[in-house]
Design a protein around this ligand. Structure first.
Ligand SMILES: Nc1nc2c(ncn2[C@@H]2O[C@H](COP(=O)(O)OP(=O)(O)OP(=O)(O)O)[C@@H](O)[C@H]2O)c(=O)[nH]1
Ligand SMILES: [Mg+2]
Length: 258
């Protein structure tokens, strides 16, 4: 699924690239469906999303009434039924090859495969401003306590087993950009195997992330997540998923949303 807020400019190119990629790897992934989740876009996000709908790659739009990327991704995941689900950003900054690598890792036994700009092999030649980079570094230092062992919580590309993903997303309370941290922390507490793999990431102008407003909210969000995870209700472990058998070959591939 793809969260999209005023993405009429960036979404069409991403959906075209995704359709091309899906066509080339469908024998491995099976049928791929895309859910675009919009909340309160004031441009033609909805129309450009629906214009990309095709029999080869169905696209539907879900409207989320709660604002924020986290709320949108949660609503999109709740609308899925597939065995493998995931989300990616509308800007297409993470290159599509990430789909193949994430899929391979799930097939080899990972519960979750997350793209990363901070592990060996990643390529992020074109990055953010100096200020944004410094902010991201400070943010990573803070997330290290909440999700130990994960170098880049914020890359906008993650695939997860469907049953597990739907169960964990239903628990999330973060509506903003920090939801990835809560997601990963809750997955770790369930004992999920999280594979972090390098991606090629190319900055695409037109970010919806305001370093001042969203930056401050993101740091505050971490404090709230830490508090929630320490609270009694968050420590209850619910055995909400059973292991998915490893996919032995392309012929046994499963369908995915987004
Ligand atoms: N539905 C919805 N989507 C959102 C909202 N805020 C951000 N998004 C989407 O979240 C994705 C990531 O946002 P970006 O603007 O790329 O920001 P980012 O990836 O965190 O930061 P950059 O590294 O600058 O790209 C995009 O697909 C946005 O459209 C929101 O409030 N609602
Ligand atoms: Mg982005």
């Amino acid at each position: 699924m793809i969260p999209a807020f005023n993405e009429e400019a960036r979404l069409p190119r991403t959906l075209r690239a995704l359709a091309r990629h899906v066509a080339s790897c469908q024998d491995v992934t099976g049928r791929v469906e895309v859910i675009v989740v919009d909340n309160a876009s004031t441009d033609a996000t909805r129309e450009v999303a629906l214009a990309a709908d095709s029999p080869a790659m169905p696209v539907r739009v879900v409207t989320c009434v709660v604002p924020g990327k986290g709320a949108a991704v949660r609503a999109g995941i709740a609308a899925t039924t597939a065995d493998v689900i995931g989300f990616m950003d509308a800007d297409g900054a993470t290159q599509m090859e990430a789909i193949d690598e994430a899929w391979r890792r799930l097939a080899l036994g990972a519960d979750v495969a997350i793209g990363s700009r901070a592990v060996a092999g990643s390529d992020t030649a074109s990055r953010h401003s100096w200020v944004r980079d410094r902010g991201a570094r400070a943010y990573r230092a803070c997330t290290a306590r909440l999700v130990p062992g994960v170098a880049d919580t914020q890359c906008g590309f993650k695939l997860v087993r469907g049953d597990l993903g739907r169960a964990v997303f239903a628990e999330l309370r973060s509506h903003g950009f920090s939801f990835d941290v809560e997601l990963l922390a809750r997955l770790q507490r369930r004992g999920a195997r999280i594979d972090e793999f390098p991606v090629v990431w190319v900055d695409v102008p037109g970010s919806t992330f305001d370093p001042v407003r969203h930056g401050a909210q993101s740091f505050a969000g971490l404090a709230v997540i830490g508090w929630r995870l320490r609270s009694r209700s968050a420590t209850v472990v619910t055995p909400a998923f059973t292991p998915l058998p490893t996919i032995p070959s392309a012929a046994a591939a499963v369908a995915a949303d987004g």
